[in-house]
Design a binder for this molecule. Structure first.
Ligand code: AVJ
Length: 324
């Protein structure tokens, strides 16, 4: 398989995608307590809202990570093999990858893998203009599942990039599963550069998910708007409110949508009942210490090479140690 959907800038969701989305939404809304998968936040509107989140004064992770990548780009790049392909998992916009593409002369190809084709295709053309010596091969796929590698880069040694503390959205067992899967996709001896948000003062973590402008609330509610758009739902967005809080026992920020009244909602031909105050759990954002992340990675077949941190956020370089 070479590049997918290169022609369509905003392709309609595929049948397989819609079926999967519908099945996961119905399953989540039938569960007790109700929940929805966080990976569905990122349609075009959600990706744009997330971009706004990254610019909020309260949302420190992006600013911290970008500064860490900039300040340490030469040291990070020195770990990359000659003529390598940089695989980014869950690419979204390639702002962070650009730092590595600009600093590592050994990168021959860039493979952003993302479930949302919209941003990916727009970005690929701009990247080709800005880095004419780098082959850009976007892959529209759920990066937590096996995906086909574009034929032209099949023979190149691979480096992985997983910024944004997206690993924080996974349960610990899913994070281990992802790291094993990434190890399989990248190959023996591969390096992975991964951003991980750190456990810190609640007074810093909570406002990052409860911004004064209400952008995070819009981002959370957009999941319901997306269900309305793509699955013929009739959620009344004014009848749900955004809640975000830190769960100390589990070291995670939780986001929920709480029903402000008793109500019935129709989704894909199915009726879902809400009690007053009943919540849909929409996201977990797990926080780690440098050591707790290294231990998790070690359990998934990776060993620590280096870590850069400002005390709030951490960027780890790890190397695959086992045979997959
Ligand atoms: C980039 C997915 C890790 O959990 O901080 C931002 C997503 N959710 N505000 C995070 C998010 C609410 C973000 N991740």
């Amino acid at each position: 398989m070479t590049t997918i959907a290169q022609t369509a800038l905003r392709a309609a969701p595929s049948i397989e995608f819609s079926h999967r989305f519908a099945a996961e939404v119905i399953a989540g809304l039938s569960a007790k307590p109700k929940q929805l998968p966080a990976k569905y936040f990122y349609d075009l509107a959600g990706s744009a809202l997330f971009e706004r989140i990254t610019q909020l004064p309260e949302y420190y992770p992006t600013r911290c990570e970008v500064a860490l990548l900039r300040d340490n780009a030469p040291a990070i790049a020195s770990l990359f093999p000659a003529n390598c392909a940089l695989f980014e998992f869950g690419a979204g916009s390639s702002k962070k990858a650009r730092i590595l593409l600009g600093a590592a002369a050994t990168i021959e190809a860039y493979v952003p893998v993302d479930i949302s084709g919209d941003f990916l295709q727009q970005d690929a053309s701009q990247l080709r203009r800005d880095f004419p010596h780098i082959a850009v091969h976007p892959v529209v796929a759920d990066f937590t599942r096996p995906f086909a590698v574009p034929a032209p880069i099949a023979g190149l040694p691979r480096v992985g990039f997983f910024p944004g503390s997206t690993i924080g959205n996974f349960e610990h067992h899913e994070a281990v599963e992802f790291l094993r899967h990434a190890g399989g996709a990248l190959g023996a001896g591969a390096v992975l550069v991964i951003g991980v948000d750190l456990i810190k003062d609640i007074a810093v973590m909570c406002p990052a998910y409860n911004d004064a402008e209400g952008v995070t609330a819009k981002f959370n509610l957009n999941l319901l708007a997306r269900i309305n758009r793509e699955l013929g739902g009739n959620f009344d967005l004014a009848a749900f409110e955004h809640h975000a809080c830190y769960n100390r026992a589990r070291n995670r920020i939780e986001m929920h949508l709480a029903s402000v009244k008793r109500q019935k909602v129709r989704v894909n031909g199915k009726t879902v009942n809400f009690r007053l105050g009943e919540t849909i759990h929409t996201e977990n954002s797990y926080k780690y210490t440098i050591e707790s992340f290294q231990a998790l990675a070690q359990g998934a077949g990776w060993s620590p090479l280096n870590v850069w941190s400002d005390g709030l956020f951490s960027v780890h370089a790890i190397r695959r140690t086992d045979n997959g």
